[in-house]
Design a protein around this ligand. Structure first.
Ligand code: SER
Length: 317
């Protein structure tokens, strides 16, 4: 069934915004049959990732995870199954359960099967007291439950590395902009939804204020950063292993609107801030990623114009 020389990979949350793109890229690199997509949602013809193996899996079901890892002879897990900030604040208990429990399942499975792990962190680890240009090392006092679960996830990765030698790594993703699969339940979703709205309706009602500035990244850069981190030799991975700051770009909601207006005639946007404004305000404006640059030569490629062109092109196809 599998090519024996390849390290087989499992992805959790494979039907989500990042998972869809990551599974595509991994299957192109390593062959469809060597990348197992898993999700708590059933695969349907519309979900993407239909070109290779799929298993239904709850990230809280550690026994099934262990069995699947053994059955498919998995060597590496990319753990993307999680709940994002906006939904997480509405369901804090479930958010803690899924986000912290999921990381524990994956790390425990990695420990007993000797696997390498990727488990992402987020800019949400920073709270309102952190500098607005967020350094790698600063006290992490998030005010969202989602942020709290990401800080705990980073601590768990550190623990499993120092105590059990589990080689797990993570990036603090900024808001991610992509077209293959919709964003879902996050605060930075406006930067994705706006493109579809511009093309379909010529109008968007934005849920954060025009002056809201957040760190963002195009999905192509995010996938490349993920794979560059995971492919880096172990000696180059420093103390930031559980959550490297990675910067793409940083723009206000108004700057995004203006960039889209330049390409979509007559596009209009109104601003009706809701509760998600509070979460956005607690996060940094931009990210200092000097450690990622130094340790594994990280450099983003997409600026705002390139992102807008690529999003509009791909969504119009
Ligand atoms: N994009 C995430 C969110 O908005 C932050 O990591 O919840």
């Amino acid at each position: 069934m599998f090519a024996p020389e390849v390290n087989r990979i499992m992805v959790t949350g494979a039907l989500g915004q990042i998972g869809t793109d990551l599974v595509d890229e991994l299957r192109q690199r390593y062959g469809n049959e060597n990348v197992l997509a898993t999700d708590i949602r059933q695969l349907s013809g519309h979900s993407g990732v239909t070109n290779g193996p799929f298993e239904l899996l709850s990230v809280l079901d550690i026994d099934s995870m262990d069995k699947i890892v053994k059955d498919y002879d998995i060597r590496k897990i990319f753990h993307l199954g999680a709940m994002l900030s906006a939904v997480g604040e509405k369901k804090p208990d479930l958010c803690r359960k899924i986000n912290i429990g999921g990381v524990i399942s994956v790390l425990e499975t990695a420990k007993s099967n000797n696997l390498k792990v990727y488990a992402p962190s987020s800019i949400a680890v920073f709270g309102p007291e952190a500098p607005k240009h967020a350094p790698q090392n600063t006290p992490l006092n998030p005010t969202t439950v989602y942020g709290e679960t990401k800080v705990i996830g980073e601590n768990l990765i550190n623990d499993y590395w120092t105590k059990y030698n589990v080689d797990a790594r993570g990036l603090r993703y900024p808001g991610l902009i992509s077209w293959k699969s919709p964003a879902g339940g996050g605060t930075t979703d406006y930067a994705v939804e706006i493109f579809q709205a511009a093309l379909n309706h010529g109008h968007y009602d934005c849920f954060v204020k025009p002056e809201t500035r957040l760190p963002m990244m195009y999905m192509d850069d995010a996938i490349r950063a993920t794979l560059e981190l995971m492919d880096s030799p172990i000696e180059s991975i420093g103390k930031s292993r559980p959550g490297y700051n990675v910067s793409g770009l940083s723009f206000t909601a108004q700057e995004l609107v203006d960039a889209i207006k330049d390409k979509v005639d007559g596009f209009t946007c109104n601003f009706f801030p809701d509760i998600r404004q509070k979460y956005a305000d607690s996060w940094p404006d931009s990210i200092d990623d000097s450690f990622a640059k130094e340790d594994w030569s990280w450099k983003a490629k997409y600026d705002l114009n390139r992102i807008v062109d690529s999003m509009l092109d791909n969504l119009s196809d």
